[in-house]
Design a protein around this ligand. Structure first.
Ligand code: E4P
Length: 251
């Protein structure tokens, strides 16, 4: 399962990218507004792409097919590598069909059921984003919904990629991988939390403590070992004779 960062925060994106585990970034209007309501969207999107490369989803805000298409083609003018994120509404499906016919990659977002996912696939979506956290918020078992969708994908050999989105905790991440999602798009805090384990921290501490104890024991066993003294380069080296012995000075 590939990992995308679900963020528009440059510092978080920079930090996560430095781990070497990201294949892309997803954004949405809420994530961009969270950073700064007056954010220059074009500038921010291009900055994100420069940092990570790979997949970058940019969401349209129109709710009509013609408006979505206009926005999509405007975005592609200044960012030809964009994956256009389209909401899972009937007008969105028509837009996805047109974009798909034109060879433009699309990510159908706000998908909460198997039937919505199947419709997105049939409209020609490249990616279908299943929102786990928001399903759990209304007491629907997101892992179960995702498992069903992944099973349908396998059974019918669908070619779009399933993105597990609205990830709220590391358990969602594991559940997404177990269900067979192709990608999980993860907020920065969840990504960092998912890397931690108390046994890793305590294990590392004991390895380092043991290493230091070993060094102390070794130095006790070799009390006369020759210390390598670095030459003091600020003072001239003492004069030596041919055999390297230091000549007596001033006597
Ligand atoms: C990503 O594509 C989605 O927009 C995002 O994961 C939604 O997450 P949220 O439900 O936590 O807002």
């Amino acid at each position: 399962m590939e990992l995308y960062l679900d963020s528009a925060n440059l510092e978080h994106i920079r930090q996560a990218e430095s781990l070497g585990i990201l294949s892309g970034v997803t954004t949405n209007p809420s994530l961009l507004a969270k950073e700064d309501p007056k954010v220059d969207v074009k500038k921010r999107i291009l900055e994100i792409y420069k940092l990570v490369g790979g997949h970058l989803s940019v969401e349209v805000i129109s709710t009509e097919t013609t408006g979505m298409l206009k926005e999509a083609y405007d975005i592609l003018k200044w960012f030809p590598e964009a994956t256009i994120k389209i909401p899972m509404i009937p007008a969105g499906l028509s837009a996805v069909r047109k974009l798909s016919d034109d060879g433009v990659p699309t990510n159908v977002t706000l998908v909460f059921s198997a039937n919505q996912a199947i419709a997105a696939q049939n409209a020609g979506a490249s990616y279908v984003s299943i929102f786990m956290g928001r399903l759990d918020d209304i007491s629907l078992e997101s892992a179960r919904v995702l498992e069903d969708i992944c099973q349908i994908w396998e059974m019918h050999e669908y070619d779009s990629e399933i993105i597990a989105a609205s990830i709220r905790n590391p358990i969602h991440l594991t559940q997404a991988a177990m269900a067979g999602a192709h990608i999980a798009t993860v907020p920065y805090n969840v990504l960092m939390q998912s890397l931690k384990h108390p046994l890793t921290d305590s294990g590392l501490k004991s390895f380092l403590d043991d290493y230091n104890r070993l060094q102390t024991e070794i130095s006790k066993l070799q009390p006369n070992r020759i210390e390598i003294v670095k030459p003091n380069l600020t003072k001239p080296a003492p004069k030596t004779n041919k055999r390297g012995a230091i000549k007596k000075q001033g006597l």
